[in-house]
Design a protein. Structure first.
Length: 251
């Protein structure tokens, strides 16, 4: 479902300085600007009414301010980016129905259209607390790869379950299968502020702890997640030095 008018939403980019695979990742230089600034500039190309960075680092705060990027200093003890965004929602006193898009701080090439679409999907699905994105996958190795998160939907396009396992499992290889049977989850989310307010009070779910997938907490507590199926996967984020070099070349 889509609407003729774009919904109002804001983008929050959680950014912490500590990173195991790529130290000080948000401040990594990309063509003369820190990565987190590149992400924010890309997000500003979307239809968001406001784009801001949420960080626990005075260095990141200073870097954002020097490039005229709005930034909020948050607590250091947040276990997840969602917790950090929830603090922002609290600090800004966002009304319950406000749409907040979580853009990862290591995706400087994220398409602005994808940001708009995840907000539009949540706006159109009024019974959902969250929206996210998936793309079709057909490669058998990718389907079996535990680092590739899969999602199964119901007929309304809402998530039934996310897993690192190959779901749905195909018992009979000779079965004629629909083209969009296997879907890869893409880690961009939109939330209603009411969910963010509730999220910090929800204890981790058993399935979340088993799979190490934070979004399973929402399903465990009965929240619905609308999923937009994108025509193609967005550019991958920056996790390794090799990724960083690739994105530098692109810029």
């Amino acid at each position: 479902m889509t609407s003729a008018t774009s919904p109002e939403f804001l983008v929050v980019i959680p950014a912490r300085l500590g990173s195991t695979r790529l130290p000080r990742k948000p401040l990594a230089d990309i063509a003369g600007k820190p990565m987190v600034v590149r992400v924010a500039e890309q997000a500003k190309k979307s239809q968001a009414k406001q784009v801001l960075v949420a960080t626990d680092s005075a260095e990141i705060l200073a870097a954002c301010k020097s490039h005229q990027i709005e930034c909020i200093l948050t607590r250091e003890d947040h276990p997840t980016g969602t917790d950090r965004i929830a603090e922002v929602a609290h600090l800004l006193k966002l009304p319950e129905q406000t749409l907040v898009v979580n853009v990862q701080g290591d995706e400087p090439a994220i398409p602005p259209e994808l940001i708009n679409q995840v907000a539009q999907t949540l706006s159109s699905n009024t019974n959902c607390a969250i929206s996210t994105v998936a793309v079709t996958i057909t490669d058998l190795e990718e389907i079996a790869n535990p680092n590739v998160v899969k999602v199964v939907l119901n007929r309304a396009g809402h998530a039934l379950y996310f897993s690192r396992a190959p779901i749905p499992f195909v018992r009979d290889a000779n079965t004629q299968l629909p083209s969009q049977l296997h879907l890869r989850h893409i880690g961009i989310y939109a939330y209603r502020a009411a969910f963010l307010q509730a999220y910090t009070r929800l204890k981790p779910a058993p399935s979340e702890q088993a799979e190490a997938l934070e979004q399973l907490r929402a399903l465990w507590y009965g929240y619905q997640i609308a999923v937009h199926i994108a025509p193609q996967a967005p550019p991958t984020g920056v996790d390794t030095p090799e990724d960083l070099e690739r994105i530098r070349q692109a810029f």
